[in-house]
Design a protein around this ligand. Structure first.
Ligand code: HEM
Ligand SMILES: *[C@@H]1O[C@H](CO)[C@@H](O)[C@H](O)[C@H]1NC(C)=O
Ligand SMILES: *[C@@H]1O[C@H](CO)[C@@H](O)[C@H](O)[C@H]1NC(C)=O
Ligand SMILES: *[C@@H]1O[C@H](CO)[C@@H](O)[C@H](O)[C@H]1NC(C)=O
Length: 499
């Protein structure tokens, strides 16, 4: 029986070593001030009121250039470090082998334990380079998907009809984004659309499910023991089956030297690895990663913008005027003409400032112990992030920060630097799309996508809140912010085009 004891000892040592490697050790962070609730400092309180702690910490430390620590309710209550703005340049500059965004994603969403798709360097690369090169050519195809989705989800409504914004925009965004990811055919396939949405939801569900069942010390067992361990694998396998015919046909055409110019991520992935083509499963994973990065974030953003449009109808005439003016100069939407919609751009950015998809961005995990230039030391596997919500609600940067001022950024462009303060600009004061090398490479695409939808919406439809209701408040869970997905608004087709 000695071998049983021997084996048990080995397993025990393995588990112990593993826990040493993966654990975020709060004791090593005791030199950083901790901010917590004075009373009722419970896990539940953090889930619903994390934002209050962030605000307290920012006023007490962050605003004065000092990092602070607070509990991370979705990570077993381990500490996370919230950085001051003065560290931003250094974090932007740090190499991925020191402060890593992919590692943060893997650890934070338990991507390996749930057998999810992982952050894909080639997918990020084609988004950063090829997508941005092709934005102009993508305007017309994206409009096609937008108009067609409006036709299917908003049946002819001469009279007011009820509508849930989330139910319209989630599939619309999947199609419009899918057009540049997988092309015309697959982006409209209902099973594919459903699957791209289910993937993101599945990742959230698995990470919450695993955390509910296992303490952080035991999470590594999840790939073999978690009841839902097959969910994401099955989904990824089906995605690979659906992508295979499209991918194989493209690959054959590429090798045959076809002249046809496909403009989507499937094509760009092929062109970026001509020597050693990826397998259909690898391509499916890369695409699912992009859908995960792009679908829910963009859908939440457009829903918030449209709520703000309904809540502030006083802006509509000026926005329509700008659209008419632009179309009078060039009747077909193009990259250039969309860039002229500066008031709309400002409205979008203001809406994002007040209703972003998260309170913190530029999240990183320390690969190894890291010491900042001023001596601030973080042990390995520490989560750090920047309190974007506080930066964008600081009256010193944005006067009357809680007031919706749709033309705020338009004025800033007129009065200051016209090239700054775009929806897609990232800067010290504007970090909703992150910062540095990892700053969202999809943000210029998002700006186009949103403008295409909003121009169509403003010209063709009228919207109001259901009688007796107002703009529904956002829903906050930990640092995530989502617009209300259930509220009903009412929609009516405009009688005369464009007025
Ligand atoms: C409103 C919608 C979106 C928001 C708010 C958003 C926000 C972000 C943020 C905050 C980051 C992390 C940046 C950092 O930590 O420095 C990021 C990364 C990323 N986003 Fe977006 N994003 C959006 C839409 C999209 C879309 C449509 C795509 C493309 C399909 C996309 C692709 C990516 C990729 C590939 C990364 C990882 C970049 C890297 O690792 O280098 N995003 N996004
Ligand atoms: C603590 O806060 C949570 C979340 O807000 C709440 O559900 C709970 O009732 C509070 N407990 C006490 C003792 O106040
Ligand atoms: C951003 O902030 C850092 C530190 O406060 C500063 O050194 C840098 O010049 C700023 N960058 C810009 C573009 O304002
Ligand atoms: C940025 O990185 C380079 C090379 O790693 C280094 O020489 C430079 O001092 C860094 N700058 C800042 C502001 O950290």
């Amino acid at each position: 029986m000695a071998w049983i004891a021997y084996l048990s000892a080995l397993v025990a040592i393995g588990i112990f070593v593993r826990s040493l490697i993966a654990r975020r050790e709060d004791s090593k962070l005791s030199h950083i001030p901790l901010v917590k609730f004075d009373e009722n400092d419970t896990q539940e309180r953090y889930i619903t009121s994390t934002r209050d702690i962030l605000h307290q910490g920012y006023l007490k430390y962050g605003k004065h250039g000092q990092a602070f620590r607070m509990r991370n309710p979705v990570d077993g209550g381990h500490s996370q470090v919230i950085m001051a703005k003065s560290y931003l340049d250094e974090v932007k500059n740090a190499s991925e082998s020191r402060l890593s965004f992919p590692l943060y994603s893997i650890q934070s969403f338990l991507l390996k334990y749930s057998r999810s798709v992982l952050p894909s360097p080639i997918a990020a690369h084609v988004t950063r380079i090829d997508l941005n090169k092709n934005l102009g050519e993508l305007v017309a195809p994206m409009r096609e998907e937008c108009i067609d989705t409006f036709k299917t989800v908003i049946p002819e409504c001469k009279d007011w009809a009820p509508l849930k914004l989330w139910d319209v925009f989630l599939p619309m965004i999947s199609r419009m984004t899918g057009r540049m990811l997988v092309g015309e055919e697959l982006c409209r396939n209902p099973e594919w659309i459903q699957l791209t949405i289910a993937n993101t939801q599945g990742i959230m569900k698995s990470s919450m499910g695993i955390r509910a069942l296992y303490s952080s010390r035991w999470q590594w067992l999840a790939p073999w023991t978690y009841p839902g361990r097959k969910d994401l694998v099955t989904l990824r396998r089906r995605a690979a089956e659906l992508i295979e015919p499209v991918y194989m046909q493209r690959l054959a055409a590429f090798r045959g030297g076809t002249q046809h110019k496909y403009r989507d991520a499937v094509q760009w992935i092929i062109e970026n690895s001509p020597e050693k083509p990826l397998s259909p499963a690898e391509v499916a994973d890369a695409l699912l990663f992009l859908y995960m990065a792009g679908i829910h974030s963009t859908s939440a953003t457009i829903v918030s913008i449209v709520y703000d449009l309904i809540a502030h109808p006083e802006y509509v005439p000026a926005l329509l005027d700008e659209i008419r003016h632009t179309l009078a100069e060039s009747p077909e939407w193009s990259r250039q003409s969309l860039a002229k919609l500066r008031k709309l751009d400002s409205f979008m950015k203001e809406s994002q400032r007040l209703n972003p998809v998260g309170c913190v961005t530029v999240q990183r995990s320390t690969v190894r112990p890291y010491t900042f230039a001023d001596g601030l030391h973080l042990p390995a596997n520490t989560f750090l992030s920047f309190p974007t919500y506080e930066f964008t609600h600081d009256a010193e940067t944005y006067p009357n920060p809680d007031e919706f001022d749709g033309l705020r950024f338009h004025r800033m462009r007129e009065e200051g630097d016209a090239t700054k303060f775009h929806f897609a600009t990232v800067s010290n004061d504007s970090t909703n799309f992150g910062a540095g090398f990892h700053a969202c490479p999809g943000r210029f695409f998002v700006a186009h996508e949103l403008k295409i939808i909003l121009t169509e919406l403003l010209m063709k439809f009228e919207l109001v809140f259901a009688e007796g209701t107002r703009r529904p408040p956002d829903h906050c869970h930990d640092f995530t912010i989502m617009p209300n997905m259930q509220a009903e608004v009412r929609v009516r087709e405009k009688q005369s085009f464009g007025i």
